[in-house]
Design a protein around this ligand. Structure first.
Ligand code: C2E
Ligand code: MG
Ligand code: MG
Length: 356
């Protein structure tokens, strides 16, 4: 606790208070958002350097009229960050024995790992249902656990990093890699295909998200039409206003917006009236019902027709069998994605296999 207090005082100066057994509150006055974010980053870095297992919950207001509500917000975020580390343990990641993932799942760990080059993206092909040609790819993040030479799947760390509020460094890393890849394809004179990048709901809620995406893509001199932004809608969280604002911002910047995982868990039809988007990705759980559930084909066909009428492209995910592929072609789905067409693979393998 003393060492944590020392770190906080180093960064925030005098405005550090102990408000509970193991809780501190640091107040930064008269700073703008950018300065505030830098202070938070410095504190996170200090904890990291000192190996202190502390969770941070930053909250900033242009003008603070209600201290209590600001403290509540900071407390919620701090608990959510803390839960992230606990969630990692629940997910079966043994923090004590798995050094690589434990380094990842601590404050500032994701950013560190990005800098240390421990992440990479794999590309998963998307084919045109009409011609079978590869017309796109989805970027999927992989974590290299060097000791075990394993590629950790995103499900083992993404939920925890989301809870910890650390996911955006991963999302923007994947975006940068996708841009670098498209840019290289152009330079090498290949027919580049658009790459889809996943963004967590936590990331899209960050202030200035759409602008930041546009800046990154522009810095690689890549046309926004080559980047598709995948976001997930969740009926459980009422944030249609946010989704709409983000989708509008991205689309006006020339990006294509895809709604990911539409199907069973997320299947909010209000989406169609609430915002404009370019692509609907039909979740694998729905595709896997084909063949065994009689109505599934009708539902998919209905969904595809609705999207057609609205000028929305459809991508079916999780196509594993020839039978599923045929059914989705019949349903008129625009693009197909799944192990049947190609697994997520390292970029060079993707190039060898799909570019001639
Ligand atoms: P997603 O965006 O829905 O990605 C598709 C996932 O389904 C991938 O799993 C892919 O390997 C898997 N999949 C696709 N087709 C098939 C199939 O035919 N059979 C089977 N069995 N699986 C199939 P993966 O790579 O494990 O990714 C899981 C999730 O992690 C992604 O789901 C996405 O939500 C998230 N994710 C991946 N990269 C990022 C990232 O950079 N940022 C964020 N925020 N999330 C990411
Ligand atoms: Mg996706
Ligand atoms: Mg999906």
């Amino acid at each position: 606790l003393r060492r944590i207090a020392d770190c906080l005082r180093e960064v925030f100066g005098e405005g550090v208070y102990r408000i509970g057994d193991d809780e501190f509150c640091a107040v930064a006055e008269k700073v703008d958002y950018k300065e505030f974010a830098e202070l938070v980053e410095r504190a996170a870095q200090r904890f990291l350097d000192e190996g202190l297992p502390a969770s941070l919950g930053p909250a900033w207001r242009e003008r603070c009229v209600n201290t209590e509500s600001l403290l509540d917000l900071a407390g919620d975020r701090m608990r959510s960050a803390k839960r992230g580390r606990h969630r990692a343990t629940d997910l079966g990641v043994d923090l004590a024995s798995d050094a690589a993932v434990s380094n990842l799942l601590r404050p500032g760990g994701a950013r560190e790992a990005v800098r240390a080059g421990l992440f990479t993206i794999y590309l998963m092909p998307q084919a045109s249902s009409a011609t079978g040609e590869i017309v796109g790819a989805e970027a999927l993040i992989r974590f290299r656990n060097q000791e075990r030479k394993l590629q950790a799947l995103p499900s083992s760390f993404i939920p925890a990093l989301e809870d910890m509020g650390e996911i955006s460094s991963i999302d923007f890393f994947a975006l940068s890699e996708a841009c670098a890849t498209v840019s290289r394809w152009h330079q090498e004179g290949r027919t580049a295909v658009p790459i889809a990048v996943n963004f967590s709901r936590r990331t899209i809620g960050d202030k200035g998200f759409a602008e930041r995406v546009a800046e990154v893509v522009a810095s690689y001199d890549v046309d926004p039409s080559f980047i598709e932004i995948e976001i997930t809608e969740s009926a459980r969280e009422d944030d249609s206003a946010l989704l709409r604002r983000v989708a509008d911002g991205l689309r006006s910047g020339g990006f294509r917006v895809a709604i990911d995982d539409f199907g069973v868990e997320n299947a909010n039809f209000a989406l169609f009236t609430q915002l404009m988007f370019n692509v609907l990705k039909i979740d694998k759980s729905l595709v896997w019902g084909l063949g065994s559930e009689r109505h599934t084909m009708k539902i998919i066909r209905g969904l595809v027709n609705l999207c057609d009428d609205l000028g929305i492209e459809t991508v079916a995910e999780g196509i594993e069998t020839e039978e599923q592929y045929r059914a989705l072609r019949e349903a008129g789905c625009t693009r197909a994605q799944g192990y049947r067409l190609g697994k997520p693979q390292p970029i060079d393998e993707f190039e060898r296999r799909f570019f001639t």
